[in-house]
Design a binder for this molecule. Structure first.
Ligand code: ADP
Length: 380
């Protein structure tokens, strides 16, 4: 299988780390994205094809040039994937999984139909319907409005607690969810190959930056009791079986203040919540992603070391060519692994890299976090 030509739609940091894992076994990876210079994976892939991954013709021609097609972002032209699949192309994860996950209302219905716990929701087709349902008492504060399609990193999510918040409401197909009383946010990654071999990683705890709406830091494994961990891993297994997953799937969850576990959303590709697996686990999510989509045996997801993962974001007050500072201070923290994605341009809160601190001393986590965040700048 490693002789097959693998094609990946999208060449961001997830694609880059996948290419790094592929190079270890000399697996060739073609990447399609807009522009090689802006693509973190651009210089590491075997071949780069400039194109629009949301465009039917571009995806068709790229798909025809490879043996196995996959994704590192779910916003791709799914009609082309269905047509390529019809013609016999191996596409992992399947177009059906990608289209299920592209639409949050389909995801929520899938979870409910499969008796998986998730917050209640209704679908509205535009702002007028939202206002009508609100005025008739069908939707009540506090609620969360989420775009059905194309939202990411919190863009496309609006929390409404009072009437004024609704001025910002999206005028597009959306789901409306109850506002969950979140105690903490968790994630689990499951990987499965065509032989139904399944690898489930330890559950991690994610802490979000409320300003950037992005993952701020992550602790792995999460501090949960064994019962809760097994319950979440069982859910991951059931979801992978229900969708007949071939590939990797990240599942984001909420633990409510009353101890209830709810599935929030899913992503059928490597995920930010699995960056730590490169150093902290027996087999990284990127390697298992490659193994799963190419029909190889999976590696153990066992955790070898606890870790603190910190996202490195573009400086809030700067936009322009990147010029890093603070890296020396970060590297002086013991057991630190620094990853810089190589994006040429910095924008406020853009994901520019991450730091993974292995085996952080329990009482040092916040100190390290503050040290990393205050040191890193994307301009001099
Ligand atoms: P995205 O696809 O943009 O990542 P999410 O569904 O993950 O969107 O939502 C982003 C963040 O908004 C979540 O991590 C969580 O902090 C908050 N959030 C989302 N849904 C709810 C909800 N129903 N109740 C409370 N907070 C929520």
């Amino acid at each position: 299988m490693i002789n097959k030509r693998l094609g990946i739609l999208g060449g961001g940091q997830l694609g880059k780390m996948t290419c790094l894992a592929a190079s270890e076994i000399a697996m060739s990876v073609s990447i399609m994205d807009h522009n090689r210079d802006d693509s973190p994976a651009g210089n590491l892939c075997t071949s780069f094809v400039a194109g629009d991954i949301t465009n039917y013709a571009d995806v068709m021609s790229f798909g025809n040039s490879v043996d196995i097609l996959s994704i590192e972002i779910e916003k791709v032209n799914v009609k082309a994937l269905y047509d390529l699949h019809e013609q016999g192309k191996t596409i992992n994860p399947s177009p059906g999984i990608i289209s299920l996950i592209q639409d949050k209302s389909l995801q929520k219905s899938f979870l409910i139909d499969n008796n998986l716990p998730t917050s209640e929701f209704v679908k509205v087709s535009d702002k007028v319907e939202l206002m009508d349902r609100f005025n008739s008492g069908n939707i009540k504060f506090p609620f969360v409005q989420k775009l059905c399609k194309d939202g990411y990193d919190g863009r496309g999510v609006l929390i409404c607690r009072k009437f004024a918040d609704m001025n910002e409401a999206f005028d597009a197909p959306c789901i409306i969810e109850n506002l969950v009383d979140i105690d903490h946010e968790l994630a689990v990654i499951v990987c499965r190959n065509k032989f139904r071999q399944t690898a489930i990683y330890d559950v991690v705890e994610m802490v979000f930056d409320p300003n950037a709406n992005l993952l701020d830091f992550q602790i792995a494994p999460a501090t949960l009791d064994t019962f809760q961990t097994l319950k979440i891993q069982k859910m991951a297994y059931e979801i992978a079986e229900a969708i007949d997953l071939i590939g990797i799937l990240a599942i984001e969850l909420f633990m409510t203040k009353s101890g209830e576990i709810l599935v929030n959303e899913m992503a059928p590709r490597p995920h930010n919540s699995g960056h730590h697996t490169i150093e902290a686990c027996q087999t990284s999510q990127y390697e298992n992603f490659l193994r799963s989509i190419t029909g190889l045996p999976l590696g153990s997801p066992e955790t070898l070391s606890s870790s603190l993962l910190v996202n490195l974001l573009g400086s809030q007050d700067y936009q322009g060519p990147v010029n890093y500072s603070g890296v020396e201070r970060i590297l002086s923290i013991p057991n630190t692994h620094l990853h810089i994605y190589g994006k040429p341009t910095s924008k406020p809160f853009r994901k520019m890299g991450h730091v993974n601190v292995l085996n952080p001393a329990k009482n040092k986590e916040i100190e390290y976090l503050n040290e990393i965040k205050s040191s890193f700048k994307t301009y001099k």
